[in-house]
Design a protein around this ligand. Sequence first.
Ligand code: GUN
Length: 281
Amino acid sequence: MILDGKAVSEKRLEILKEKIEESRLYPRLATIIVGEDPGSKLYVRMKHRACERVGIGSVGIELPEDASTERVLETVTRLNNDPEIDGILVQLPLPSGVDTTRVINAVAPGKDVDGFHPCNLGRLLAGTPVFAPCTPQGIMTILDEYKIPIAGKRAVVVGRSIDVGRPMAALLLNADATVTICHSKTRNLEDEMRNADILVSAIGKLKFVGTDMIKAGATVIDVGINYDEQGKLHGDVDFEAVRDRAGAITPVPGGVGPMTIATLMENTFLAAKLRTCGTVR
Ligand code: GUN
C-alpha cells in the first residue's frame, strides 16, 4: 500500500478551510526567514500559499544573511507581543552566525506552531501535547488516515533531531507503541531496523534503506530529503526495491512532505483558537 501524503494533505486542508470559515476566526501566521537559501525560500513560499488557500493570513519577514542573533530575537519578541499574530515560524536552518537555540526558546510557547520550544516538547513528552512538531504530527495523521495500528507495535525511529526523531518517538509512545530511537552511535542499526513494525527513517542518506533492513509487511515512513546529481528528489529508502516487501510505504516526493505544511496550518488554527477562546476545540 502506498501512503499518499499528498492526497491526505489535500483532504485535511479542505476540512481545515471549512472549519476556519465556520469559526469566523482569521488566524494569522508570521514567518521569519534569515538569509537567501533557495530551498528555505521555496518552503516559506509554499507555507504562505497554503495559508492563502485555507483562509489564514500571513506575513513574511525577511532578514539579511548577516543579521545578528539580537536582531532575530527582537523580531521574535515584536511578533510575540503583536496581538494580530497567532503563530510564529522561524524557518530553519538559520545562518551559522545566529544562535538557533536562543531563537527557538524566545518564541512564545502559545505561538510556537512549529512545536520546537522546550515547553511544547516537554508537554509532548509528558503525554499532554499542545503543539507537536509538524513533520512527526503529519506522519501520525497519515498513519491514522490509513488506519495503521500503532498500539503494541514495535516502532523504530532512526534520527534524534528536535524537529523529527525525538517528537516522532514521543508521539508513537503516546500512541502506545514500543519505541526504539536509533542514531549515529547505534550499534547493529540494521538489526534494530529489521525489528520494526513501523520504521521511520530520518537519516538523510539517499537510498540508504534497502530490502534487507525491512521486516516483511512493515510500515515504512520515509522522512529523507536527498537530491541526486541531476537535482532529483529522493528519500532515504530505496523505494522501488522496498515497496514489495513493505506492507505500507510513503513515497518521496508526495509522502511526508505535504503533511508537514498541512499540519502547520492545523497548528496555526489551533493557536488562534487557544488565543481567542482559551480552548482547544
Ligand atoms: N526547516 C525544515 N523543516 C522545517 C520545519 O518544519 N519548520 C521550520 N521552522 N523550519 C524547517
